[in-house]
Design a binder for this molecule. Structure first.
Ligand code: FO1
Length: 331
């Protein structure tokens, strides 16, 4: 196993991220000792307008996680938050189903003002990241500048993502997910340019431990996105969001069973392989599922196992370092 040329080692590692798991891995990779430039591509299907503000939850979770300003318990929003405006808003009869902290609101106000002034969402995201303290070797890019809105088709009808996720707390039975606007979307220019810049040396792409239906698909299903990533990637590595037959947080396991899938790392691997044939080179499962990997390995599937539970920043950095090392070795 030789070492990769330094050009590939210095090319930014590309992480596709949604939800809390993706944000934690973004933080882990950005704090890994083997510091490598990192380009985090964030899901925009959860974005929505609320009280006249542009809310971008999966982008904000990464901005906060990487700048170490995230609330670690919630996995979204700011640490040391206060809720004065939210309380005053409720007393004025405003919506109370979506909690907006005072510091978090400042970010939504800044972003909304910059977007209204005509700045593009990628530039606004970089500017906000700089102000929050995102380290210079990390770039956070929303997957597309075109509006995509994830909707859930459930036994209680069709509903917007945040209505399903927050207002209904993921209780409706999911039948189908649609990403409205995705057919006319295109990958973010800043991402296309960064991948063009890596040239023939190529780079590495990691699909974070995010919900495949609600976080990864709204990125990969953007026209030309798979081709763009596959062309630039020496290796595509996907991290299972299912550990020991369940998701650590969020509705991934519930949705898999509602879709009739086996709720396991193997079930996730099968679904991803069917929907994105030839995309993933290396599958990363948690060591809890080590024994279950035998069958697929016997079929030639490259499954690696390690401790993928990022229960604190040190474990996230250790996992990030482990990922960087398997990306840096040629096979
Ligand atoms: N999730 C909740 O369960 N309840 C909330 O009130 C809530 C508010 C919120 C505000 C800003 C933000 O960036 C995220 C927020 N989230 C909330 C989480 C959000 O719904 C999810 O992070 C993503 O949309 C799915 O990962």
């Amino acid at each position: 196993m030789g070492d990769v040329p330094s050009a590939a080692r210095n090319a930014p590692l590309v992480l596709l991220s949604g939800g809390g798991g993706g944000a934690r891995l973004a933080a882990g990779l950005s704090q890994a000792p083997a510091e490598r430039p990192l380009l985090v591509v964030t899901n925009t299907g959860d974005d929505f307008e609320h009280c006249g503000l542009s809310i971008c939850p999966d982008t904000d979770s990464v901005l906060y996680a990487v700048s170490k300003t995230i609330d670690p318990q919630r996995g979204w929003g700011r640490a040391e938050e206060s809720w004065s405006v939210f309380e005053a808003l409720k007393n004025l009869g405003g919506p109370d189903w979506f909690q907006l902290g005072d510091k978090d609101l400042a970010l939504h106000l800044s972003r909304s003002a910059m977007l209204a002034a005509g700045e593009d969402v990628a530039g606004v995201t970089t500017e906000l990241g700089d102000r929050l303290g995102v380290p210079p070797h990390v770039t956070v890019v929303p997957a597309t500048a075109s509006p995509i809105r994830t909707h859930v088709i459930s036994d209680q009808g069709k509903m917007a993502f945040q209505e399903y996720f927050v207002a209904h707390r993921c209780t409706p039975v999911l039948r189908h997910v649609v990403y409205e606007g995705i057919d006319s979307a295109s990958p973010a220019e800043r991402l296309s340019k960064a991948l063009d810049d890596v040239g023939t040396a190529g780079t590495d792409v990691v699909l974070g431990p995010s919900n495949p239906f609600l976080s990864i698909a709204p990125i990969l299903d953007i026209p030309d996105m798979q081709g763009l990533l596959r062309h630039a990637a020496r290796r595509v590595v996907a991290v299972s969001p299912i550990i020991g037959g369940q998701a650590l947080k969020g509705p991934t396991g519930k949705i898999m069973s509602e879709l009739g899938l086996e709720v396991s790392a193997a079930g996730w691997t099968h679904w991803m392989s069917e929907h994105y044939p030839g995309l993933v080179d290396v599958w990363v499962w948690d060591e809890t599922d080590q024994l279950a990997a035998g069958d697929l390995r016997a079929e030639g599937v490259d499954i690696r196992t390690t401790s993928t539970v990022m229960s604190d920043p040190a474990r996230a950095a250790a996992f990030g370092d482990w990922l960087l090392r398997i990306c840096e070795v040629d096979h």
